[in-house]
Design a protein around this ligand. Structure first.
Ligand code: PLP
Length: 397
């Protein structure tokens, strides 16, 4: 018999993946233009052309052994230096390439950091709703994920007081995702300041180190001039996990980094441990060609304005039809309060119009659905007929 826990996990596929697979089935049946698949955060808008240019240039000009060979587990030193300089330039820090470890996306980075940090039974706080993979990542290393509800009445802002109350002597870390998947909220500097002060006080109270892991794959996806605070500036024990999956539309290429600033507690041993963890988890090093690509494209992003247009199209369309939702501030998700408390029923009704949504329970928050608007604008426009029928069904206007 295989590992019992994994056998159970295998039997409970994630709702996001299930919907994604259902979308593939329906598209074959009805044609892709008649299916409105809002299930998965797979970027629709392509990588900038500079990515292709960089790939060709690298392959044409650099030595094959250098491009494709093994390297230091942390990544190419010159790539890590470029990332550090980008951070210093844009966020006013003073780190070096030593503080950067190139990773296999944000997921690879988070796993390496958690493996290095957690002893069995250690607790990791997360504001709910949250990206459900965090639960798996924490459990991978015998940790215990402790979700703390965000303030629904305040647009799902972090509840700093409730997080403080959930901290114990076993709290090793907190994961924060800004801009947020699934709510589209951006936690502003004022809230981050409050959170940092509370965490500092708790560290003193318990005589422990509480690491703040800032998961930032949506950092550049911030709209209407919203600023995403740079967390290491506010809280000393911050580790940043970044990825180019969304900002450069490269999720399949698996490329990201961890930033471990020199001022975090037990820096030397933690940094070395994370590096070893990335290796012994089987990642060995981040994809070599992609490291060289992101170095060349460090100042580039995909078309953020296109996502902003999608955001407005979807938000305006839904609110005109009488739906209740906050305008997303960042990432590419809209968090919709379902017109019936049972979001599964709403999802089933939406599916009758070939509209695929992900239930709030998948993010530990029933009564909501997530709409991933990283899709073609035509998908949004095409879905409005179905959303109008649903609005009629639930007497929203
Ligand atoms: N964290 C959050 C909040 C995400 O939404 C995702 C992917 O959707 C990830 C991490 C994983 O990102 P990556 O593809 O870089 O591993």
């Amino acid at each position: 018999m295989i590992n019992e826990k994994m056998a159970k996990t295998a039997g409970s596929n994630s709702a996001v993946r299930e919907m994604f697979e259902e979308g593939t089935r329906l598209k074959k049946l009805y044609g892709p233009e008649n299916v409105f698949d809002f299930s998965i955060g797979n970027p629709y808008f392509p990588a900038p052309t500079s990515v292709k240019t960089a790939i060709v240039e690298i392959l044409d000009t650099l030595d094959s052994n250098y491009i494709h060979g093994y390297m230091s587990n942390d990544g190419y030193p010159e790539v890590r230096q470029t990332v550090a300089e980008y951070i210093n330039r844009n966020f006013g820090d003073d780190i070096s390439g030593d503080n950067i470890i190139m990773t296999v996306g944000a997921a690879g980075g988070l796993n390496a950091a958690l493996k290095a940090l957690l002893n069995p039974g250690d607790e990791v706080l997360v504001p709910a709703p949250f990206f459900l993979e965090y639960g798996h990542y924490v459990e991978n290393y015998g940790g215990v994920l402790v979700p703390v509800n965000s303030r629904e009445e305040d647009g799902f802002m972090i509840n700093v007081q409730a997080i403080g109350e959930a901290i114990t002597s076993k709290t090793k870390a907190m994961i924060i995702n800004n801009p947020n998947n699934p709510t589209g909220v951006i936690y502003p500097a004022s809230v981050v300041e409050e959170l940092a002060a509370m965490l500092e006080a708790k560290q003193k109270e318990y005589g422990t180190s509480i690491y703040l892991i800032s998961d930032e794959p949506y950092r550049e996806l911030a709209f209407d001039g919203a600023q995403v605070p740079y967390l290491p500036k506010y809280y000393r024990n911050t580790i940043v996990g970044y990825s180019w999956s969304k900002s450069l539309s490269l999720p399949g290429e698996r490329i990201g980094y961890l930033e471990i600033p020199p001022r975090v507690d037990d820096y030397e041993v933690l940094r070395s441990a994370i590096s070893i963890c990335a290796r012994i988890l089987g990642f060995v090093n981040a994809p070599s060609l992609m490291q060289l690509v992101v170095q060349r494209c460090i100042n580039e992003t995909c078309d953020i304005a296109a996502y902003d247009n999608n955001r407005k199209l979807l938000y305006n369309g839904l609110t005109e039809l009488g739906y209740t939702c906050a305008k997303p501030e960042g990432a590419f998700y809209l968090w919709l309060k379902t017109p019936t408390a049972d979001e599964k029923e709403f999802i089933a009704e939406a599916k009758k119009h070939n509209i695929l949504l992900v239930p709030g329970t998948s993010f530990r928050c029933p009564g909501y659905v997530r709409i991933a608007y990283c899709v073609s604008p035509d998908t949004i426009k095409g879905s409005m007929k179905g959303f109008a029928e649903l609005s009629k069904l639930y007497n929203l206007k």
